[in-house]
Design a protein around this ligand. Sequence first.
Ligand SMILES: CC(C)(COP(=O)(O)OP(=O)(O)OC[C@H]1O[C@@H](n2cnc3c(N)ncnc32)[C@H](O)[C@@H]1OP(=O)(O)O)[C@@H](O)C(=O)NCCC(=O)NCCS
Length: 170
Amino acid sequence: MIELIPLDTVAPDAVERLLDRAFGTDRHGRTAYRLRKGVRAIPALSFAAMDRDVLIGSIQCWPVLFEGDGGDNAPMVLVGPVAVAPERQQGGIGRLLMEASLAAAHEWRLDDAMMLVGDPEYYARFFGFSAERTGGWRLPGPFEPRRLLARGERVPAASGEVRPAQVVPA
Ligand SMILES: CC(C)(COP(=O)(O)OP(=O)(O)OC[C@H]1O[C@@H](n2cnc3c(N)ncnc32)[C@H](O)[C@@H]1OP(=O)(O)O)[C@@H](O)C(=O)NCCC(=O)NCCS
């Protein structure tokens, strides 16, 4: 039976091994990692999927800040990485993890401005993320515009820079 538990109750090196297997060991160079640098994942929105004692999936969410060129700032939640062990992919575990984080974000009123860098064929299709408002955003590294996705009423449509944030928005 698959159980979701808070990610901070799982050994960090086991999570790192899972991420290496899902994304490859060169994953640290990705732009999304620069948005997480020096920041702690939001514990209430981050989960591990366990099958008995085996870690088979994980999701982490992080606080980021959108700094609008016009001076308007918006705290947002960066979702990801979402990772499922290769031998368990396509079995609904990714969806289970995403739904758990989205439900927790709703509960904590953090769901009105969420973003991620990922495949629209997955994150738009199942979870309502879109690139509609992100056309003017800059990130601290290269990214494919079609993969910069967001979801929520307070997602800024302005131009500006997304950067790591230390403070979880209340
Ligand atoms: C992406 C990932 C989190 C999805 O989780 P999962 O448990 O394998 O997938 P789910 O069972 O929740 O969803 C399966 C459905 O999503 C689709 N899907 C899965 N990953 C997809 C992707 N990257 N792009 C498009 N569709 C995808 C499947 O085709 C399947 O569709 P179907 O129901 O019509 O057959 C997981 O496969 C993973 O960790 N992959 C490695 C990391 C990666 O490549 N991530 C890319 C996205 S950033």
